[in-house]
Design a protein around this ligand. Structure first.
Ligand SMILES: C[S@@+](CC[C@H](N)C(=O)[O-])C[C@H]1O[C@@H](n2cnc3c(N)ncnc32)[C@H](O)[C@@H]1O
Length: 245
């Protein structure tokens, strides 16, 4: 796996991740499954924020996730989903048994070559792989500034996500769509969200309080957020769809 320590940081959270992180627009799942499928796999499923969108479109939904605390939340929320501890590099499923693999906010943690080989192994011929990322909206200055402080890798919309998703071995690119949505978010929930990102989780005590102070300063300096308990947070969701070659 790449970037071992930050990827493993998710082993320490579960409930907070589920409480603070945003969900995904339904349209993202519809792009992967325009019609009902047999089996859909959510890989790096976390607490099931994307898994729950797969339930209506597949007869069987499977979640694979390395972090037990994340999976415990998923199991409690989605008892009908088959949930397995596992990784993208070692998927605990039969070859050719999955119609759609979804990877939400997680592909950048995978070892690209071995994960692509494993995903291709479990997919049926011409099966679908969808890579999904939420990220900041370039038109929202205060959220961009907060990202630059606490999550620089996800600050640029067409940077990280595109390069992570480019040219996957064993897959043919099928489509790309950007979905825009807006979330009404409380100030404390916005700050809480930052406590669930990997850069924060792996920082020491001082690093964390400096990050919080810097984000508070951004909120206090922008007229859209200064003195507000709640604000509108625009979110961009990138959806890349591939077919197994
Ligand atoms: C940012 S979270 C996204 C979780 C969920 N998909 C969502 O969108 O809410 C990244 C997830 O990837 C998982 N992860 C990290 N490395 C992984 C790997 N090599 N294989 C599978 N999952 C991995 C983490 O445990 C974590 O749950």
């Amino acid at each position: 796996m790449v970037n071992e320590a930050p990827a493993k940081s998710f082993e320490r959270i579960g409930a907070d991740y589920d409480r603070y992180r945003p969900g995904f627009p339904r349209r993202a799942a519809e792009l992967l499954m325009p019609a009902q499928v047999g089996t859909a796999l959510d890989l790096g499923a976390g607490t099931g924020k994307f898994t729950e969108l797969l339930v209506d479109g597949a007869q069987r939904v499977v979640a694979v996730e390395p972090s037990e605390p994340m999976l415990a939340v998923l199991r409690a929320k989605l008892p009908l989903v088959e949930a397995h501890v596992g990784s993208a590099e070692q998927i605990p499923l039969e070859s050719g048994s999955v119609d759609v693999v979804a990877v939400a906010q997680a592909f950048h943690w995978f070892d690209r070559e071995s994960a692509c080989a494993e995903i291709a192994r479990v997919l049926v011929p011409r099966g679908t792989l969808g890579l999904i990322w939420n990220h900041s909206d370039p038109t929202c200055g205060w959220d961009r500034a907060a990202h630059r402080i606490a999550h620089p890798a996800m600050a640029e919309s067409d940077g990280t996500t595109r390069s992570a998703a480019d040219q996957l071995p064993g897959f043919l690119f099928a489509s790309y769509e950007q979905i825009h949505s807006t979330e009404r978010i409380r100030r404390d929930a916005y700050l809480g969200r930052w406590s669930t990102v990997s850069t924060f989780l792996v920082a020491d005590e001082l690093g964390r309080s400096e990050m919080f102070a810097a984000i508070e300063a951004v909120l206090e300096s922008d007229p859209e957020t200064r003195g507000q308990d709640e604000f509108d947070l625009p979110i961009v969701t990138d959806v890349f769809v591939y077919r197994r070659a």
